[in-house]
Structures are given as C-alpha cells and as structure tokens.
Design a binder for this molecule. Sequence first.
Ligand code: HEC
Length: 326
Amino acid sequence: MKNSSAWWIRIPVGFFLILGLMEFFIDSGDKPAILTYPMAQAFMVFVLMLMIAIEVILAAIENVMFHTLSEEAKARYLASKNKKWEWEWGKKTYKKLLGSKPIEAEGEIILDHNYDGIRELDNKLPPWWVYMFYATIIFGVVYMFRFHVFGGYDQDLEYEREVAAAQAEIEEYKKTAKDLIDANTVELLTDASDIKAGETIFTGNCAVCHKVDGGGSIGPNLTDDYWVLGGGIKNVFNTISEGGRAGKGMVAWKTNLKPSEMAQVASYVLSMHGSNPADAKAPEGEKWMDPNAPIQEVEVQQIDSTTIEVIMDDAETDAPLPPDAE
Ligand code: HEC
C-alpha cells in the first residue's frame, strides 16, 4: 500500500473541500450557510465523524492485513512506510527556482583563485531573480513608450480628473442635501419649481405683513431697490432666517421653515424685484448695490488715426498751446 499522505492532511483537506462545495451550492444570502442553517452545521459534524470513522477503519484493516504478511513482507512494508513522505513536485520546482548546484557538483563551478584558502563558487544567478529582472526591463520599456513617447496621461491630468470627479460628487451630494445651506452658502434659485414653492410659502406666511404682491404694509416693500436689512440673496435669506430688528414684527423663521424653504421664499422675494405693485409702501432703508455685481461695461471709444486728427484739430482751435510751448 502506497502511503501517499497522512491522515492529518487527508481529513482537513476533505473537510474543507466538502464545506466549500456546500457553501457554493447552498444559497444563504450574505452569511455563510454554516452560520445560517443549523442543518448545515449538523451535516458538517456528520461529515467529520464519518471521515474519522473511515480513517479508523482503514487503519484497523491495515493492521489486520499486516499480521497476515510473512516476516519478509512485513520488513519490506515497514521500510516503505518509513520513507518520509515528500512533496516531490514542490521540492523540484523550488530547486529549479534556486538554480544552485547540489553540493556534490560544486567542484564544477569552483573558480581557480585561492586567497588564503578562501575560494569562490561561480554559482548562477537564481532564476527567480533573473526572470524578475527581465520583467522589470520589459516593464520599463513599455512604461517609457506608453507615457513618454506616446504621451499617456500624466500626474497633472490624473489629478484634474480626480478633482473633477470629486466636484461632480459634491454637486450630486448638494442636490440631495438641500438643507445644508445657510446665509453664507445660499444661492439665488431660478428654477420655476423653486420659485413656485417660494410663492406658496410667501402667500401662506408673509403676505399678511408684506402683502401678496410684496408691496408692503406692516413690513416694508420688498419689490423696490431699497432694503432696511440689506438686499441680495444672502442678506434676504439671513433676514428671513434670523428675523428683523427687535420689536419690529419680523420674526426669525428658521424655527418654522427649513433652510431649503427659506432659500425658496428668499428667491421668490427677489423675483418680485421691480414689479412695481399698486399702492406700494414708500421705500425704506438704503438703495442696495450688489458688491459682487459685474462692473457695467463702459463703451470704449475706438481710436484710430482719423479720430486722433480730429482731437488735435479741436485742441488747436479751442485750446491753443501755452505760449512757452511754441
Ligand atoms: C408679522 C409681520 C411680518 C410677517 C408675517 C413677515 N414679515 Fe418680513 N418684515 C416685517 C417687518 C416689520 C419688517 C421690517 C423689519 C425691520 O425693520 O427690522 C420685515 C422685514 C422683512 C425683510 C427685510 C426687508 C428689508 O427692507 O430689509 C424681508 C426680506 C422680509 N421681511 C421677508 C419676509 C418673509 C419672506 C416672510 C415670510 C416667511 C415675512 N417677511 C413675514 C414683518 C413681517
């Protein structure tokens, strides 16, 4: 009987093989079947018992058979059993990868020089090392052509792409997290749906004091250029959120309205700008200039040789040069 492997290898290998097969075939969702189904645990215990039983029986049979052998056969059998079990293939490949000569053959590769008894073996480089070295050369050549000759992407481009991707993610996140805004980050909403929602909030909460058209009654006119507490989306949002000056009647709405709703109603208020409603209240506060508004482009006069002449003519007739300059 050829002793191909020991029981302490056969049992675990067989056990985990069956366990793997069972996990593969039983669909148990996220968790492994062995944790989900008590049946599976019982089955694996049974498998383990069975395997141990088989090993015990095989050993017993071997024992019985051994006693039926003749003395000479017994000796031969023991000799073959004592030969250490070796993993032939693994050993061979390991030796190959090392590429070193066995000690018996070292005479072939010893070099002639001899320094005070110290001699040198001309061993070959280990193949595993040599092949890795070749691989790095091939990698280097491919890399050079890919990135330096044909100009693949570089680190700058990679960085820009990642930043752009992150930016897109932030935009996406902002879309779902509308209530993260405050007076510093709020922006004027222009979507018709937002303005419509703002209008609903305004008629429901604000019209009592500012009138439906924003012309103002208890509260100031919201449609003109003049603001008591500052114009522009950020100031208006802040006023709605924090309220007006104490005792004036404009409460802080942040307790009743969500940030997104305050942004909508603030945008609606600003959308009424310049609507000039009838019976509007007189302006209060100061004329609001947006500090961030783009500077109005002044038309620049094109100057060419003819216009320059005209200017010079004018200078001659209207404003003669001072006498000392002549
Ligand atoms: C109870 C009456 C009342 C209600 C309701 C009210 N306001 Fe006012 N609102 C006022 C008064 C009064 C002021 C002036 C506050 C001040 O002078 O400090 C004001 C000021 C404002 C201002 C600043 C105007 C400026 O010239 O700077 C805005 C914007 C405004 N309200 C928007 C709203 C919005 C939007 C709502 C609804 C969510 C609302 N108000 C509800 C009374 C009201």
